[in-house]
Design a protein around this ligand. Structure first.
Ligand code: CDP
Ligand code: CDP
Length: 223
């Protein structure tokens, strides 16, 4: 198990990590873990069952029983395609609240590690490098200015047909960044062994190439 290579990409919301992780996984022919969607699906499950975002014991039960999967790009919860609703900003905010609870994080750990399958895994989230896959062969910390990220998220939501307001997005993004980086357990922060990738002035293809170049260099250094 430990020899299967993992490429970890962490970073704040709308830094581009999900898009870049998916492209890199496609190019390498590796598996993909979008860990944020697992937290988001737990949030949707809690909303559906009227469980409060701070009810740790009930959330752990929900996490243990979570019927969540990724099916050819579709995000499926309880057999239902939730690919659109899972991307809503309120789902992300709810996910960020329950993600601050240590027992909830622990309950989702094994589920995330199970994605480590041959020939390799590209995993994106907040604690891929620090907690879930500390032995990842390459750790990228992807970021971008708050303004660039809010604009990207705005365009993304509008393109998906979801409503969005740029001013409230900037506020929500700041609030979520603060909550994610100040929580005591698995806070979002760049580790000493992570490579910084600032995509503020960078297109997706350039960011993908940056990650691939580092991956090839690290893999050939290991060989
Ligand atoms: O996963 P994360 O929240 O970090 O971001 P994402 O969903 O991958 O990217 C948010 C939006 O920004 C997407 O619509 C991307 O296409 C876009 N993006 C961009 O315009 N330029 C980049 N360098 C990276 C992402
Ligand atoms: O796409 P975006 O970056 O906006 O969010 P996401 O990656 O889908 O994650 C939603 C929320 O789940 C984040 O704001 C985090 O609070 C939480 N999360 C986490 O705590 N640890 C992870 N590995 C992934 C997400």
């Amino acid at each position: 198990m430990a020899s299967i290579p993992v490429l970890a990409i962490d970073g704040p919301t709308a830094s581009g990590k999900g898009t870049v992780a998916a492209r890199v996984a496609e190019v390498l022919g590796w598996n993909l873990l979008d860990s944020g969607s697992i937290y988001r699906m737990l949030a949707l499950s809690a909303i559906k069952r009227n469980v409060a975002f701070d009810d740790e014991a009930q959330l752990v039960k929900l996490a243990d029983a979570l019927d969540a999967s990724f099916d050819h790009g579709r995000i499926v919860l309880d057999g239902e395609d939730v690919s659109i609703v899972v991307r809503r900003e309120e789902t992300g905010n709810a996910a960020s609240k329950l993600a601050a609870l240590p027992a909830v994080r622990l309950a989702l750990l094994a589920r995330q590690r199970a994605y480590r399958q041959s020939p390799g895994l590209v995993a994106d989230g907040r604690d891929m490098a620090s907690v879930v896959f500390p032995d990842a062969f390459l750790k990228i910390f992807m970021t971008a200015s708050a303004e660039a990220r809010a604009e990207r998220r705005y365009k993304q939501l509008i393109d998906k047909g979801l409503s969005a307001n740029i001013d409230s997005l900037v506020l929500e993004l700041r609030e979520r960044d603060l909550r994610d980086s100040s929580r005591p357990v698995a806070p979002l922060k760049q580790g000493p062994d992570s490579v910084l990738l600032d995509t503020t002035a960078m297109g997706i293809e350039e960011a993908v190439q940056f990650v691939l170049d580092h991956a090839h260099a690290a893999l050939s250094a290991k060989a």
